[in-house]
Design a protein around this ligand. Structure first.
Ligand SMILES: NC(=O)NCCC(=O)O
Ligand SMILES: [Zn+2]
Ligand SMILES: [Zn+2]
Length: 472
């Protein structure tokens, strides 16, 4: 059945205007003034913003980590995402050394196929480069449409890859049209500092932050950037948390390197002091990289405003406080890293960013949706409101107010890191390919309705030279 969204203020990465939107067969087929209803279901959006569905480029759903598995899977995680206005997630598919890449990809299809309520794609972790891996890469890109690879520079003896692997991944990605993503922290130095802290009897959550100082992130970011420059390849730095890393990204971009940076809501609004909360509550705030001193927040906001960081990912990686985070009660290195943010990613950026004047409304759309669509091969099918695009649409009430709480969130996890935070603006209804997933703030979608997305190669939508500012 046709739908018409009437009288809303459409916001894209470049424009803001009042118009109606006609939806037919999953797509936007017309945008204009006073479109005739013609028996279509009419959705009144007056007083609301009509936004392209959010794209979360960084999630870990049902991921094994730290001796346990993330609490939110592709069902609860994508339900939470939809409530927050996100209509696409790109999740990290973990590989194992010595096993075919296709085995890992099949595992991830099995986790997601019948569960996702919104569309989804995968990034692929690269932990080693050898003849078998090199042989599989073309089919990963061409058949699976996986056009982004992830290399961990941290988590020694678990996920960490060496520099040769990172460099060869960059070279291979350049050859085949993929974007290399890095978790940029120096895992070897962290390993030394954490062992030393434990020897000195320092076991509380705060030592997680103190053994991973900003210099360690800055060093790894700079190293990855230099290697990307040497390989003449493309690099995307995930979860940038501090000034040291931002500076390395700016320097590399100024040299003309093809480098992009993502930050996350937690680094914009929470700080290192949260790790000192009593009764082990600090464990709720254990991320890698860690929360930083407050001064880094202004640097991150400015970098988003100036286009030096371009996207915001949730890094959704949720563990219950009871039964999972408390694995590290006597040893901070055993606290599973990560938190639940998929649901509040867009609200926090709107409330703290747009309503507080740190970024514009169009930048908000670019950062939460359009830029990820362009970088990860989904544009213009996703990431904008235009004729021919998928009808992934959020009707967003900027006047609504809400308090974030585990008692009202839709993720499966038993706490919310932003508990008690008041946010302005809320999605009222969310459509995925023309079907309501959220209608008048209630879930009306179904597991399995989300489709797997084969993505285009890197560079399809942002020719070299379009790196500066918000014009891409
Ligand atoms: N970020 C984090 O603490 N957990 C998720 C895994 C990762 O992205 O490093
Ligand atoms: Zn990471
Ligand atoms: Zn992550």
């Amino acid at each position: 059945m046709k739908k018409i969204i009437k009288s809303g203020t459409i916001v894209t990465a470049s424009d803001t205007y009042v118009a109606d939107i006609l939806i037919e067969n999953e797509k936007i087929t017309a945008i204009g003034s006073n479109l005739a209803s013609d028996g279509a279901e009419v959705i009144d959006a007056s007083g609301c913003f009509v936004l392209p569905g959010g794209i979360d480029p960084h999630t870990h759903l049902e991921m094994p980590f730290g001796g346990t598995v993330t609490k939110d899977d592709f069902e609860t995680g994508t339900i939470g995402a939809a409530f927050g206005g996100t209509t696409t997630v790109i999740d990290f598919c973990l590989t194992e050394k010595g096993k075919p890449l296709k085995t890992a990809i099949e595992t991830w299809h099995n986790k997601s196929r019948d569960k996702a309520v919104i569309d989804y794609g995968f990034h692929l972790m690269i932990s080693e480069i050898n003849e078998n891996v090199l042989q599989e890469i073309p089919s990963v890109i061409e058949k699976e449409g996986i056009t982004s690879f992830k290399v961990f520079m941290a988590y020694k003896n678990v996920f960490q890859a060496d520099d040769e692997t990172l460099f060869r991944t960059l070279v291979t990605a350049k050859e085949h049209g993929a974007l290399v993503m890095v978790h940029a922290e120096n895992g070897d130095v962290i390993d030394y500092l954490t062992k030393k802290a434990l020897e000195e009897g320092k076991t509380e959550p705060i030592y997680h932050a103190l053994t991973r100082p900003p210099e360690i992130e800055g060093e790894a970011t700079g190293r990855a950037a230099q290697l990307a420059g040497l390989a003449n390849s493309q690099l995307y730095v995930v979860h940038v948390s501090c000034e040291d890393a931002v500076e390395r990204i700016i320097e590399a971009r100024n040299k003309g390197f093809d480098i992009w940076g993502e930050t996350c809501p937690q680094y914009l609004v929470l700080d290192q002091s949260y790790l000192e909360k009593p009764n082990f509550e600090g464990a709720k705030y254990v991320w890698s990289p860690p929360l930083r001193e407050k001064r880094h927040q202004d640097v991150l906001w400015n970098a988003l405003k100036n286009g030096q960081l371009q996207t915001i990912g949730s890094d959704q990686c949720s563990f219950d406080f009871k039964g999972q985070k408390d694995l590290g009660k006597d040893d901070f290195t055993k606290i599973p890293n990560g938190g639940p943010i998929i649901e509040d990613r867009m609200s926090i950026l709107f409330s703290e960013g747009v309503t507080k004047g740190r970024i514009s409304l169009n930048q908000f759309v670019d950062i939460t949706s359009t830029r990820s669509a362009k970088l990860f091969g989904l544009y213009p099918q996703k990431g904008t409101i235009a004729v021919g695009a998928d009808a992934d649409i959020v009707i967003f009430d900027p006047a609504a107010e809400r308090t974030i709480s585990a008692s009202t969130h839709h993720m499966a996890v038993d706490y919310n890191a932003f508990e008690g935070m008041k946010v302005a603006g809320e999605p009222v209804s969310v459509l995925s390919r023309g079907q309501f997933v959220i209608k008048d703030k209630s879930f009306v979608g179904a597991p399995g309705k989300g489709q797997y997305l084969k993505r285009a190669k890197y560079g399809s939508f942002h020719p070299t030279g379009e790196k500066e500012g918000m014009s891409v």
